[in-house]
Design a protein around this ligand. Sequence first.
Ligand code: PMV
Length: 317
Amino acid sequence: MITVTQAHPNIALVKYWGKAPGPGNVPATPSLSITLDTLSTTTEVEDAARDTFVLDGALVADRKVEDCLARLRKRWDIPPLAIRSANNFPTAAGLASSASGFAALITAVDAHCALNMTAEERSDHARQASGSAARSVFGGFVALQGPHWHGETVLDAHEWPLRVVIAIAETERKAVSSSEGMRRSADTSPYYPAWIDTTRNDFVAALPLVRARDFAGLAELSESSCLKMHGLMLSSRPGLLYWNAATMTCMHRIRRMRLDGLPVFFTIDAGPQVKAVCLPEAEQTVVEALSSLEGVQRVLTAGIGQGARLLDSGGKP
Ligand code: PMV
């Protein structure tokens, strides 16, 4: 029997960058994200003679996947598994492929081996592999906060159907992984304590803005969280510079469109891609504007999507 699942990347509107000391891959601060719909990871699992992991058609040895299976096997009797995972978007280039990847993987192993985990338990296991993966288990607007540190939906996807226009500024894998980058920022940036102190307040302030569908308020807060995270990254030693020239061009263009009255804001993660979050009526203008900029290789669009879920063996939900 083959079990097939699908999960989507998410992008944080209040960012997570830094881990709490101790085990469990617990974030140092809460975060808030939106799960996307058109970008996806599809994962198949079946019994095998030994564990194998194939990512986008290539057999790979992935330490995080091995550790994730080892954690599950501490609690459950899980046979050797052949795992095949495929992304319909660039892997490890700041588009949260680890988030959708681990959300899809945990959901697949749970269903395949009939572990009967709750969504909260899947989110908890996904978080231990990749912090942001905890959020991709859920759909819509998702909060990740203590003391439990599993994701929870704040608004469902249909309750505020924002659009996201993604400008692909580079398709290479990123130079410094987020785990390594977070360690570096915590160890070396003089801004790290201020980041930790202020991010909790940003998270608390963002929740009512989302519930009230206050786009202007969320735009201001979310851009500020993004720029503050990149300020932290830049102030680490050696500095973490995830942007390229096209990233910067997109940011200026998006700022200009908002000043001109268009409901759009940007957010950027550990890679050069720019995600422009907008109201539906602004989407076409944003697509045209970003597509025409120098250095933008292509533009993808997405809406707000569902959490990780089981597909039937024909690949349908
Ligand atoms: O959980 P990770 O290791 O993929 O780190 C996520 C870090 C950012 O994407 C930059 C921010 C976030 O909250 O998603």
